[in-house]
Design a protein around this ligand. Structure first.
Ligand SMILES: *[C@@H]1O[C@H](CO)[C@@H](O)[C@H](O)[C@H]1NC(C)=O
Ligand SMILES: *[C@@H]1O[C@H](CO)[C@@H](O)[C@H](O)[C@H]1NC(C)=O
Ligand SMILES: *[C@@H]1O[C@H](CO)[C@@H](O)[C@H](O)[C@H]1NC(C)=O
Ligand SMILES: *[C@@H]1O[C@H](CO)[C@@H](O)[C@H](O)[C@H]1NC(C)=O
Ligand SMILES: *[C@@H]1O[C@H](CO)[C@@H](O)[C@H](O)[C@H]1NC(C)=O
Ligand SMILES: [Mg+2]
Length: 475
């Protein structure tokens, strides 16, 4: 359990524009914390000479992210503090202390298991009520954080915007822990967002799917922790501790899993039994990529952490929690959430390891002469399981040879969901790993690629992954 208390300075020294920036910061942080699937309660207080409680940790709505954000937008104003624009941090912290006392008396949650984070938006300067450290001591004593319980309380101080922070005061209020930073001066929301990622401890985030690290200092692996290389020529997506989803065509030339060294470990492979690239040669379709899917089972389960995490597979319980949908939601509901629009912003990972935006399209184009020879019935080639991309925007990236097998994914609620799998692409791109140059499409051709929708192969996924992932009902 995590309880988070926000204290927002509305005093004269902070000024209204900076107070407004702090309000936006709260929204960003609340949304991010709420994406982690941990049981959580929020409290919000603004303060100048006196504190004003916007959300009490005891309120029923304290666990409802959306209502908490709404209250911040509607009920928290710089002007609430009238002319009483002094700065009394001690009193504000004391309100938190009182809330803790009340909450402990009533909560059904085992009190010792709750971790508390106090997040101040302030310039650190206080001119009323005496030193804030006294209130901090009371809170520490009450939570018994001395001894081995240092992890149960963190106090952060953020100065955001043009505020002139008093560093020694900020550092005095903020927690002091070896190797961790608790006091920050940041210029804007973007810096706040990146800095907040750094204070999060990936050990607390357990085995959740679709979580990427947005920190500026995060490594490529931390930003794309599900993405695997399936050398020599494909990519794959980690979907559980033991399974990687990739394309079946990757293996037609290299029928030897022993050669696939960069997969996390060597293991078993299951191709979709209906994949047959030559299935429709008689109909004039030289290459047919329906069911172009393989599952690779790793010999040993991987250990999840900041650098290795699965992407969310739709229609699983993990994806359901990440989407914040009610228990009892169905696969159909997930499809509506993730692919409901005619055009969906989706991304894939390019050879040069960048994420690229792609709007998917619904109707297919008969421009690839290998897939569509003259007179081919488009519905023979592009079946119900296909998604296609491109067409929407003027200049678009297309997938390159070698990028197939990786995931096409969409972002919802700060989490990532794989919706499909790029198909075999013959288009060569130059400069393999560094800066991949994407050839423009031929004249009069729109860049357009095809993908297998994971919603169209549910039976196969359920048959093979049923032991490692919990699926929700199809309808
Ligand atoms: C701060 O936000 C309030 C409420 O949205 C708005 O009325 C006010 O004009 C803003 N002030 C500044 C200086 O941006
Ligand atoms: C704030 O100060 C102004 C000018 O000094 C005064 O007119 C006003 O009544 C004061 N407002 C409050 C809420 O005290
Ligand atoms: C994100 O990466 C930074 C830099 O490596 C690290 O300090 C932080 O703990 C990571 N956060 C998460 C949530 O993994
Ligand atoms: C994938 O595309 C390449 C280039 O067109 C082709 O040589 C290869 O045979 C294709 N793979 C399969 C399984 O058809
Ligand atoms: C791949 O290997 C398996 C097992 O050795 C064999 O049955 C199959 O025919 C091979 N497929 C190709 C396309 O060579
Ligand atoms: Mg002040």
């Amino acid at each position: 359990f995590l309880y988070v208390y926000f204290l927002v300075d509305a005093s004269h020294s902070v000024t209204e524009p900076n107070f407004n920036i702090s309000k936006q910061c709260l929204e960003v942080i609340i949304t991010r914390i709420a994406s982690f699937d941990v049981p959580i309660r929020f409290s919000v207080i603004s303060y100048a000479s006196r504190p004003k409680t916007i959300v009490d940790i005891q309120d029923d709505i304290a666990e409802d992210t959306e209502i908490v954000i709404e209250k911040i937008q509607n009920e928290m104003n710089y002007k609430d503090h009238g002319n009483a624009t002094g700065t009394n941090i001690q009193d504000a912290l004391d309100s938190v202390y009182q809330m803790m006392i009340n909450e402990k008396a009533f909560t059904k949650v085992p009190w010792d298991k709750i971790r508390h984070a106090i997040i101040l938006f302030t310039d650190g300067k206080s001119n009323m009520g005496g030193s804030p450290t006294k209130a901090v001591r009371s809170i520490e004593d009450f939570l018994n954080v001395r001894a081995n319980r240092k992890d149960y309380l963190d106090i952060y101080a953020f100065g955001v915007g043009t505020v002139d922070v008093d560093w020694s005061a900020m550092n005095e209020i903020a927690s002091k822990k070896p190797g961790e930073r608790h006091a920050f001066k940041l210029n804007d929301l973007k810096e706040l967002k990146a800095a907040f990622e750094d204070v999060l401890d990936p050990r607390d985030l357990h085995d959740i799917c679709g979580l990427a690290n947005n920190s500026d200092s995060a490594s490529w692996e931390q930003k794309n922790p599900w993405h695997t290389l399936t050398e020599p020529s494909c990519r794959g997506a980690l979907i559980s501790k033991t399974w990687v989803l990739t394309s079946a065509h990757c293996f037609s030339k290299f029928n030897n899993t022993a050669g696939w060294t960069v997969i996390l470990e060597k293991g078993r492979r299951i191709d979709h039994e209906l994949f047959n690239v030559k299935a429709k040669v008689a109909q004039g379709i030289q290459e047919f990529y329906d069911y172009d899917l393989s599952l690779l089972e790793l010999e040993k389960p991987v250990q999840f952490g900041g650098r290795i995490r699965p992407i969310c597979l739709p229609c699983t319980e993990g994806a359901n929690r990440a989407l914040k949908m009610k228990p009892g939601a169905t696969c159909k509901d997930h499809e509506l959430q993730l692919l409901s629009l005619e055009e969906v912003d989706a991304q894939f990972i390019s050879l040069d390891n960048k994420r690229m935006g792609r709007p998917t399209c619904i109707s297919a184009a008969l421009q690839d002469k290998k897939m569509f020879s003259e007179g081919t019935d488009a519905s023979e080639v592009v079946t119900d399981r296909f998604l296609c991309s491109g067409g929407g925007r003027a200049v678009e990236a297309a997938t390159c040879k070698g990028e197939s097998g990786g995931s096409l994914f969409v972002e919802r609620r700060e989490r990532l969901f794989q919706v499909s799998e790029p198909l075999n692409v013959s288009r060569p791109c130059h400069g393999e790993t560094r800066e991949t140059v994407r050839d423009p499409p031929p004249a009069n051709h729109k860049p357009r690629d095809f993908y297998i929708s994971l919603f169209g192969v549910q039976d196969w996924l359920r048959q093979h992954l049923g032991q490692s992932l919990r699926f929700i009902p199809k309808e």
